[in-house]
Design a protein. Structure first.
Ligand code: DC
Length: 232
């Protein structure tokens, strides 16, 4: 299918399969995939490794803001996909731990951190042909995105997906902790002051609780055909 040079914004709750779906779409249409959550996770990893977080789940926001000029989170494309880097170090696995997940919501609520990530996303998305996923892409980062999708799925389904993903990576979380982390992040992400997670009025809702990836892609193709008048 000949998809025009558009920006596709995919937002939604944690572990709804946004990144898997976004990668699949990017691959199908030869688009660039940008994972905005990975940027927030990269900043959070830096904060964790530089003593800017505490055991009682608090963060040193001033220190994180002060360090932003030294934090270089980028993406590198390879034939095997896109990987997140902190400077010269690949952090793709290190940013997916429960420890990073437990600090990423407060870190991403810092206005200066959001500005830092937004600026990087804008620079990377120039020219279109981009699929981007996150929490506020269709509402704040790219309010004029040509196609907006809001993803959702049941809590148990999401927790099972995240749990299986972590086990596959050799981590050993308890299922209850994964459920609790998702609930906490759902609440935090949708109640924070800056850019809370919310569905853009013009976003199409995709509840993939009982859908296969193939079905999700068929749904997206249908949406694009209808929206852009592509007869194929
Ligand atoms: O998609 P993810 O779970 O990797 O995102 C990690 C966190 O980053 C998520 O809990 C909230 C934050 N985030 C955000 O605030 N805005 C975005 N556009 C993407 C992620």
């Amino acid at each position: 299918m000949n998809v025009p040079d558009i920006i596709i914004a995919i937002d939604g709750y944690s572990s709804t399969g946004k990144s898997t779906f976004a990668k699949l779409a990017a691959n199908a249409f030869s688009f660039l995939y940008l994972d905005s959550g990975a940027m927030y996770r990269g900043v959070t990893l830096y904060a964790l490794e530089h003593g800017m977080t505490s055991k009682d789940n608090t963060i040193d926001a001033a220190a994180i803001v002060g360090a932003l000029a030294d934090i270089d989170v980028t993406f590198r494309s390879t034939p095997n996909g896109s990987f997140t880097y902190l400077g010269e170090r690949c952090i793709e696995d290190d940013i997916r731990t429960l420890e990073v997940s437990s600090f990423v919501s407060p870190v991403s609520a810092i206005p200066e951190v959001r500005k830092y990530v937004d600026a990087r996303l804008h620079a990377l998305a120039e020219g279109g042909k981009v699929v981007m996923d996150g929490r506020d892409i269709g509402t704040t980062v790219f309010p004029n995105a040509h196609l907006k999708i809001f993803m959702t799925a049941g809590l148990e389904v999401r927790a099972r997906r995240r749990y299986d993903e972590m086990i596959a990576k050799g981590q050993t979380p308890s299922f209850e902790d994964v459920v609790k982390n998702l609930q906490d992040r759902d609440y935090y992400d949708s109640h924070r002051e800056v850019s809370p997670l919310t569905r853009a009025a013009d976003a199409f809702v995709l509840d993939n609780s009982a859908m296969t990836l193939d079905e999700e892609l068929i749904w997206l193709r249908g949406l694009i055909q209808g929206r852009f008048g592509i007869l194929e």
